[in-house]
Design a protein around this ligand. Sequence first.
Ligand code: PMP
Length: 423
Amino acid sequence: SKSNESLMQRRNAAVARGVSQIHPLVVQRAENATVWDVEGRQYIDFAGGIAVLNTGHRHPKIMDAVKRQMELFTHTCFQVLAYEPYIELCEKLNQLVPGDFAKKTLLVTTGSEALENAVKIARAATGRAGVIAFTGAYHGRTMMTLSMTGKVAPYSAGMGLMPGGVYRAQFPCPLHGVSDEDAIASIERIFKNDAQPQDIAAIVIEPVQGEGGFYVASPAFMAKLRELCDLHGILLVADEVQTGAGRTGSFFAMEQMGVAADLTTFAKSIAGGFPVAGVCGRAEVMDAIAPGGLGGTYAGSPLACAAALAVLDVFEEENLLARSRTLGALIGGRLREVAVNDKRIGDVRGLGAMVACELFTAEGHPHAELTAQVVAKARAKGLILLSCGQYGNVIRILVPLTATDLEVQAGMDIIAECFAELA
Ligand code: PMP
């Protein structure tokens, strides 16, 4: 029978080394919040394929929807022959995405592609080429999104300079000494030092930074961003690839920010494990690009559209937005309990079920080593965890919203044990 070790050896010999792997395991199968490796070991899944499985692995309603679609057709290319699931998904997202204005939607396949297209659309709509993105941002691995992503190593290291015209503002993060005012001042500094506002097409922001460390932007900061954008005719783009599809307790995190973005990108959990992503926003902005300027062979695959429509149904039927808030309180509460007696946990934060804790040394430096130790020890105890953060010192939790309280409690018990044993 197959072992993790032998398959990892084949993997390392056959797969490009740039594709890294957090856990040295090979999966056999998965169900809701549980995965089994090829050796039959069982794990609680707090990673959810990096924020893709808010509805869990293989949700039966989603499996059924995809099977039904598979019996009809799996591909036509939407630009050749249209199909209703693509149309219906766009109609539903036009309703769901925050913003009290007429909207239209484009479907693509990955989050990176969604961000690429948001920039293309913003450029066409404004006639401007500049983009402002934030420190610690993650927007993808394609060339333009690597310019916007605020971390060079490992994402673009060794690849030379990425496309120009992207200016870096500070993401507000009081924990690390950046106030909302500092962050706004950093944008004013870009206007003064680097590019006049009339050359900026878009400000792109994650309402809760994902890979960067689960830092929540404040509604007050978003209001100021909105004001700056309106003042200068700049489009506000909310990257909801990781925050979207109910992770933060509302379907999109911007619902809790008091202002609407002009364009919203989505991906990941929107289709419960099938690859679809897209851009939704102001109809006139979305229509700035002429016919033929948007699309892709697999963009808005009928299988993924069917899955996404089922995800929306499951959210309603299983009341998953309320569940996201309940789970967030449960997870945050458990982490705060551990933090009471463990000063290495310097912060517990989040929005809805997008929860993280940040680890520091006694001297107050980011504790990446302890973070890696907790992740490894948790795995040995049967829990799949993910870290994140600019300094690799944040443990983030992305458990399926469909996980039971018992499963979540069992996972949190393991985290508490890890901290105790690593004292
Ligand atoms: N934006 C955000 C906020 C993300 O978290 C990610 C993926 N981690 C992306 C964009 C890129 O998505 P993908 O990996 O599907 O290209």
